[in-house]
Design a protein around this ligand. Sequence first.
Ligand SMILES: O=c1ccn([C@@H]2O[C@H](COP(=O)(O)OP(=O)(O)O[C@H]3O[C@H](CO)[C@H](O)[C@H](O)[C@H]3O)[C@@H](O)[C@H]2O)c(=O)[nH]1
Length: 207
Amino acid sequence: MITDHINAERANAKKAGKSGEEHNAALLRYFNPAGSHPSGIMGEDPQGVPYNLLPLLAQVAVGKREKLLVFGDDYSSKDGTAIRDYIHILDLARGHTVALDHLRSKHPGVRAWNLGTGKGSTVYDMINAFSAAVGRKLPYEVVGRRAGDVLDLTANPTRANKELGWKAERTLEEACADLWRWTESNPQGYRQEPPREFVEKLMKGRK
Ligand SMILES: O=c1ccn([C@@H]2O[C@H](COP(=O)(O)OP(=O)(O)O[C@H]3O[C@H](CO)[C@H](O)[C@H](O)[C@H]3O)[C@@H](O)[C@H]2O)c(=O)[nH]1
């Protein structure tokens, strides 16, 4: 829809003898957003039952949920669990700002970019990485596959790397550590004041 809109605006501008190059749009293909703001004061605060792997693991870690249900261990991956491309939310956020800069400076029209790391991780990789951040093993149970899930969704971010000069830089370990800091320190999510020392540290860093 946005593609049609931009193309129509460009075509109209051309008819009117103008370049139309001010009409641009970025189609940003998110892979699996992970982590939280490193300050520990901003993060995902799911209402009701979360759907995604990391928020569910976080609830297991704080005891809101007894265990994680692993949806299938019979995929043709190294450990049988499905593969996704988990990207730190700050890398994802930066992908937006560099894409906007690109639209402003290059006027490409409508252009799509994959915002992923290019590295796939299995469900077990994620359980291990998040367990390491928490400092203890998190309980899980293997159940059947979830309808609609596929083996592997890993990005090819080459176009974003080349055209936007953007690359995901933060590791899975950082994403897990940041998510855990947020979860552990804000058990009521946004329905509580964030820890004062985190806010002060963030403000100091801004001066
Ligand atoms: O309790 C859970 C939740 C997830 N998983 C597994 O963990 C992986 C990641 O699952 P997510 O739900 O976090 O992410 P998906 O990539 O599967 O799903 C995302 O991509 C989908 C399209 O493929 C939809 O857009 C969906 O809304 C979006 O969250 C998948 O292999 C899934 O099977 C589990 O084993 N147990």
